[in-house]
Ligand binder design. Structure first.
Ligand SMILES: [Zn+2]
Length: 171
């Protein structure tokens, strides 16, 4: 990992906790989601790369298996994605749901996007989609957020678990 990338990575993690992400809204090397693909899969916890998308673990998950599906191209607006990118994102979400069911015995999955800062986007400059596995009787969303620091397994274990079961074309 090069020093500049390390700065971006740790800087984003601090910003994610404090909610101050203004410096990460730029494109290119200043954007987290443009920077992550420059890391190796096991450094960035990327579970899949395709031509138009990549799928990566959230470093501060609401629950184990919290995955983000990201367009490879820097685009802030959901409506700015091309139909090809939309189709690729949807297909990646389908593989993600399948993998979450297989890896975690998920009984349900939340899919969603926080578009723009008022909607809660941590990185508002680069649109991305969230997928969270759910189980009968698990905590509700607010409780999950409040207990975000108490995780049943580390990110590397989650990453390995998802890679083992990942359906279809993976990297
Ligand atoms: Zn970007």
């Amino acid at each position: 990992m090069t020093p500049p990338m390390e700065r971006i990575w740790s800087g984003w993690r601090a910003a994610y906790v404090t909610g101050e992400t203004g410096e990460l809204e730029g494109s290119g090397p200043e954007c987290l989601f443009c920077s992550l693909p420059g890391l190796s899969d096991d450094e960035a916890y990327i579970v899949e790369r395709t031509e138009l998308t990549y799928t990566v673990l959230n470093a501060y998950p609401y629950t184990s298996g919290h995955v983000m599906v990201v367009p490879a191209r820097h685009e802030a607006d959901f409506e700015g994605l091309t139909s090809e990118e939309g189709a690729a994102l949807f297909a990646a979400l389908q593989r993600t749901v399948g993998a979450l069911k297989a890896a975690f015995n998920a009984e349900g999955v939340n899919l969603g996007a926080n578009i723009g800062r008022p909607a809660g986007a941590g990185v508002p400059g680069h649109v991305h989609l969230h997928a969270l596995p759910r189980w009968s009787g698990d905590t509700n969303f607010i409780t999950a957020v409040a207990e975000a620091r108490v995780l049943p397994e580390d990110l590397r274990t989650t990453w390995s678990r998802l890679r083992e079961v990942w359906p279809g074309p993976a990297s």
